[in-house]
Design a protein around this ligand. Sequence first.
Ligand code: NI
Length: 250
Amino acid sequence: MGLAQLAERLVVVQEVAGSTPVAHPTEIGSRAGFHKGRTGYPVRPFVFNRATALDEGNTEMTVLPVTIWGEPVLHRRASEVEVFDDELRTLIADMFETNDAANGVGLAAPQIGVGKRLFVYKYANDDDVPEQGVVVNPVLTLSKVSGALPDPDEHVEGCLSFPGEYYPLQRAEWTRVQGFDGDGNPLDFEATGWFARILQHEFDHLDGKLYVNRLVDRYSKKALKQAKRNGWGVPGLTWMPGVDPDPFGH
Ligand code: NI
C-alpha cells in the first residue's frame, strides 16, 4: 500500500469514527440512483463472538455474527497466523459455515471478529482452483489495475460487512495468490476475472480495508452517507447469517 492510499484510508476511518449514527434511516435507494440497498438493515450488538463460543466449550462448527462497518477489527491490520493447530482449523470450519449461511463468495477472519490473516472463499472458477478453500497468511501479486472509471454495471462489488449495498470498483484482472492451507501446506495459484476480484477483496480485509475504502470519490461519498443513514460506523454492530434477512437477497 502506498502512502497516498494509507492517507486516504486514515481519512476514511477517521470520518467513520466521527460520524453521527442515525438510529432508523428512512431513505435508501430513492435519492442515490445507484443504491439497491435496503432501508434500516437490522443490526445486532456484538454480544456473541468467537472467544465467548470457545469459553463455553463449543467446538462444533458454528455460524458466527458478521461484523459491520465501524467495528474496529475490520479497520485495522490483522496479524499473521503463527500456529497451525486445532483452534485454527475450528476457526476455518466456522468461517466456511458462516460464509455458507451468508451465501457469501468469501469471508475474511476480521468479518467474524478475529484479527488474523486468513480468508475462505467459495466460487466455481475457470482457473482450475478448488471451488472452495482457505488461504492463511496470503500474499497477492496483481496485474495493473485499470485507471478508467469503473462501470456501474460490470464492476459492481458488495461486502457482507457493508450489507445490502453495492458500488462499482476497478480491480486487477489477474492475481497470483501464495499462502498456506489450514494445515500449513504452501498454496500457490493464479486467478482471473471475478475470482481474482474476490481474492483481492478478501485480502484487503486483512489489511483493515473494505472495498468501500477504495471507491472513487463519487461512490465513496455515497457509500459513507449510506453508512451513516444505516447507523453504521460505530463499534459493536453485527448481523446474523441465517437469522437476519439475506442482505443481498439470495
Ligand atoms: Ni468483504
